[in-house]
Ligand binder design. Structure first.
Ligand code: AMP
Length: 282
């Protein structure tokens, strides 16, 4: 596996792959890799001539400096996992290499109403930062397909809007959430949980799963309240938001019948660690 650090070397690598007519499957990540990332990577390996992964903790998508400073980093383990999964090249640049003119945003992306709600509301600027880095990576890697996890459900909708408004020719491939045996959605941030917090963390998915059953004979609001109350009753846990939304527009629904694609998106503070998850109702 090639480890590429510079934009110039990446451009050369991609130019050669294109000249050889090899299809490129791309998985952008922030590293501290786990089986959730690897499930995307394995699919990229299977479905393309060559799989490329980026490992880059993108400062422009963090609105909280402590979150950026404490974000887990373990590059050596990451590279070993990627090589074992059959990845041909990993792009792991420095911040200066990615943003030679500095990290100030020079372009306002058109991300639609999907970027205004939920994460967009609670993390101002987050999706502009995501769009900025993913667009830059797409320009460099020129992938045929790019793989994104449904754990970040809203992110996929926002990326699709960016791809459309910037006219990027790439297929966005959504991949299912990978969970620990106890139901907790895998996340790099899980490594930051204390033993007690980790033990209680599956309570999020338990509440979400129970709410699917509950939703069969309760309305949207009652279902929403049930999830929030149940999670807030767990020590150290506090729901930041739980929205039941149309899976395409990401706008809230008030009745189950309003859409044939309804998803509940949640963010929970477990101590200081911010965890996200989601569940499909219809
Ligand atoms: P991150 O490194 O957190 O930016 O994630 C990189 C990619 O991996 C994103 O597309 C995430 O949605 C995806 N991802 C992270 N955790 C999971 C998971 N538990 N299951 C599936 N995909 C995931």
């Amino acid at each position: 596996m090639e480890i590429i650090r510079s934009v110039g070397n990446l451009a050369d690598y991609v130019a050669k792959a294109k000249a050889d007519h090899r299809s490129i499957g791309f998985v952008p990540t922030m590293g501290a890799l786990h089986d959730g990332h690897i499930s995307l990577v394995e699919r990229a390996v299977r479905e393309n001539d060559l799989a490329m992964v980026s490992v880059f903790v993108n400062p422009t998508q963090f609105n909280n400096p402590t979150d950026l400073a404490t974000y887990p980093r373990k590059e050596e383990d990451d590279f070993r996992m990627l090589a074992e999964a059959g990845v041909k090249a990993v792009f792991a640049p420095t911040v200066d290499e990615m943003y030679p003119r500095g990290t100030a945003r020079e372009h306002e992306y058109k991300l639609g109403s999907a970027a205004e709600v939920m994460e967009g509301k609670f993390r101002p600027g987050h999706f502009q930062g995501v769009a900025q880095v993913v667009h830059r990576l797409f320009e460099l890697v020129r992938p045929d397909r790019a793989y994104f996890g449904e754990k970040d459900f809203q992110q996929i909708a926002v990326i699709r809007n960016m791809v459309e408004s910037e006219h990027v020719d790439v297929e966005i491939v959504p991949c299912p959430i990978k969970r620990a045996a106890d139901g907790l959605a895998l996340s790099s941030r899980n490594a930051l949980l204390s033993e007690d917090q980790r033990r209680r963390a599956p309570g999020i998915y338990e509440a979400l799963s129970a709410s699917v059953e509950y939703s069969r004979d309760h309305g949207v609001k009652a279902t929403r309240d049930m999830v929030v109350d149940r999670i807030n009753a767990i020590p150290e846990m506090e729901v930041e938001y739980f929205e039941i939304v149309d899976g395409r527009t990401l706008l809230p629904v008030e009745e189950w019948e309003e859409s044939d694609f309804v998803v509940g998106c949640i963010t929970v503070y477990n101590g200081c660690v911010r965890l996200i998850d989601n569940i499909r109702y219809r």
